[in-house]
Design a protein around this ligand. Structure first.
Ligand SMILES: [Zn+2]
Length: 181
């Protein structure tokens, strides 16, 4: 059987149905499921968090792999609804980097096809993504977008917003930055 509709179109109730019955569907994709939680405009923030927690009951282990396979989605899903300081953001990305190395070192994983990864190195000392393993061809893999003006603009915005000590705005800015990459 196939689901026949995009995950990001699902209603709150449908998420629970498809998670319960995922084995029946040949086109069920766990990464797509998690990604859709961010994209789905039908869900309130509270519902998104409830769906995430329900997905974790079945797919938490797969979710942890997203730190390597798609760290952007991992970050966004993990921090849903949270107001993050700069310090929080740095800590989360540092943890992701540590966990990426653990995943890569795991012998069982080494034999799977996880693609080719390279370290993010944009040249900015304080970049939160320095040392982050990036799958080639994925977000931020082509450093150029981030390399030039974007990074400066981002840092300037973060600094000016930070002065207003509005944590919510910082969170929105980094979300936007991540979306643009
Ligand atoms: Zn960077």
């Amino acid at each position: 059987m196939e689901i026949g509709q995009k995950f990001n179109q699902l209603t709150f109730e449908e998420y629970f149905y498809y998670v319960d019955n995922y084995k029946k569907y040949t086109d069920f994709n766990t990464l797509g499921l998690y990604r859709s939680i961010v994209e789905n405009v039908k869900l309130s923030l509270k519902e998104k968090i409830d769906v995430r927690e329900y997905c974790h009951l079945t797919f938490k282990k797969t979710f942890d792999f997203l730190q390597l396979k798609d760290p952007k989605v991992f970050f966004e899903i993990s921090t849903l609804g949270q107001e993050l300081t700069n310090g929080d953001i740095v800590k989360i990305w540092d943890d992701i980097k540590i966990n990426q190395q653990k995943i890569l070192k795991d012998k069982k994983i080494r034999h799977r096809n996880f693609g080719i990864y390279s370290k993010h190195n944009c040249g900015y000392e304080n970049c939160v993504w320095n040392g982050l393993m990036i799958k080639q061809g994925s977000w931020l893999a082509d450093g150029n977008m981030h390399f030039t003006d974007d990074k400066n603009k981002y840092q300037q915005k973060l600094n000016s917003e930070g002065r207003k000590s509005d944590r919510k705005k910082e969170r929105q800015i980094i979300s936007r930055e991540l979306d643009n990459n």
